[in-house]
Design a protein. Structure first.
Length: 94
Protein backbone atom coordinates (compact mmCIF):
# COMPACT_ATOMS: atom_id res chain seq x y z
CA UNK A 1 0.00 0.00 0.00
CA UNK A 2 1.19 3.53 -0.73
CA UNK A 3 0.03 6.90 0.58
CA UNK A 4 1.03 10.05 -1.33
CA UNK A 5 1.26 13.35 0.55
CA UNK A 6 1.54 16.67 -1.32
CA UNK A 7 2.82 19.40 1.01
CA UNK A 8 1.84 22.03 -1.63
CA UNK A 9 5.20 23.83 -1.17
CA UNK A 10 8.84 22.82 -1.06
CA UNK A 11 9.80 22.28 2.56
CA UNK A 12 12.82 21.18 4.53
CA UNK A 13 11.28 18.02 6.03
CA UNK A 14 12.79 16.91 9.33
CA UNK A 15 10.55 14.03 10.41
CA UNK A 16 7.17 12.38 10.12
CA UNK A 17 5.31 10.69 12.98
CA UNK A 18 2.87 7.91 12.12
CA UNK A 19 0.22 6.93 14.71
CA UNK A 20 -1.33 3.48 14.31
CA UNK A 21 -2.84 0.51 16.06
CA UNK A 22 -2.36 -3.15 15.28
CA UNK A 23 0.59 -4.68 13.44
CA UNK A 24 2.70 -2.30 11.39
CA UNK A 25 4.78 -3.96 8.66
CA UNK A 26 8.11 -2.55 7.48
CA UNK A 27 7.48 0.99 6.20
CA UNK A 28 9.57 3.23 3.98
CA UNK A 29 9.21 7.00 3.61
CA UNK A 30 10.23 8.39 0.23
CA UNK A 31 10.73 12.09 -0.61
CA UNK A 32 10.54 13.96 -3.92
CA UNK A 33 10.65 17.54 -5.16
CA UNK A 34 8.83 16.80 -8.44
CA UNK A 35 6.69 13.66 -7.82
CA UNK A 36 8.88 11.79 -10.35
CA UNK A 37 12.34 11.27 -8.82
CA UNK A 38 12.07 9.54 -5.44
CA UNK A 39 14.65 9.02 -2.69
CA UNK A 40 14.34 6.66 0.28
CA UNK A 41 14.61 9.01 3.25
CA UNK A 42 13.74 6.77 6.19
CA UNK A 43 12.58 3.27 7.04
CA UNK A 44 11.09 1.76 10.19
CA UNK A 45 11.04 -1.92 11.15
CA UNK A 46 7.88 -3.97 11.64
CA UNK A 47 6.05 -3.51 14.94
CA UNK A 48 3.59 -6.02 16.34
CA UNK A 49 1.18 -4.00 18.47
CA UNK A 50 -2.31 -4.58 19.83
CA UNK A 51 -5.44 -3.54 17.96
CA UNK A 52 -6.70 -1.46 20.92
CA UNK A 53 -3.47 0.53 21.52
CA UNK A 54 -2.28 3.59 19.59
CA UNK A 55 1.46 3.50 18.90
CA UNK A 56 3.77 5.95 17.13
CA UNK A 57 6.83 5.50 14.92
CA UNK A 58 9.06 8.36 13.78
CA UNK A 59 10.61 8.58 10.34
CA UNK A 60 13.78 10.68 10.72
CA UNK A 61 14.18 12.38 7.34
CA UNK A 62 17.20 14.52 8.23
CA UNK A 63 16.10 17.92 6.84
CA UNK A 64 15.65 17.00 3.16
CA UNK A 65 13.98 19.36 0.70
CA UNK A 66 10.73 17.90 -0.64
CA UNK A 67 7.20 18.74 -1.70
CA UNK A 68 5.96 15.16 -1.93
CA UNK A 69 6.15 12.31 0.57
CA UNK A 70 5.26 8.72 -0.25
CA UNK A 71 4.69 6.25 2.54
CA UNK A 72 5.18 2.67 1.37
CA UNK A 73 3.71 0.04 3.68
CA UNK A 74 4.77 -3.56 3.05
CA UNK A 75 2.24 -6.41 3.09
CA UNK A 76 0.91 -7.92 6.29
CA UNK A 77 0.37 -11.56 7.19
CA UNK A 78 -3.15 -12.94 6.96
CA UNK A 79 -5.20 -12.04 10.02
CA UNK A 80 -3.08 -9.05 11.08
CA UNK A 81 -4.92 -5.77 11.49
CA UNK A 82 -3.59 -2.26 10.94
CA UNK A 83 -5.39 1.02 11.55
CA UNK A 84 -3.66 4.24 10.51
CA UNK A 85 -4.81 6.87 13.00
CA UNK A 86 -2.90 10.03 12.10
CA UNK A 87 0.39 11.39 10.86
CA UNK A 88 2.21 14.68 11.30
CA UNK A 89 5.07 16.14 9.29
CA UNK A 90 7.63 18.46 10.87
CA UNK A 91 10.01 20.83 9.09
CA UNK A 92 10.34 24.32 7.64
CA UNK A 93 8.71 25.93 4.60
CA UNK A 94 11.23 28.00 2.65
Amino acid sequence: MQILIDLTYQAKVAEMNLYFSGSLPICRLMTSSDNEQWVVSSEVPAYDGKANEVNVVTFDVGSKMAQFLRLEIQGRSKGQTLTLVEFDVWGEIN
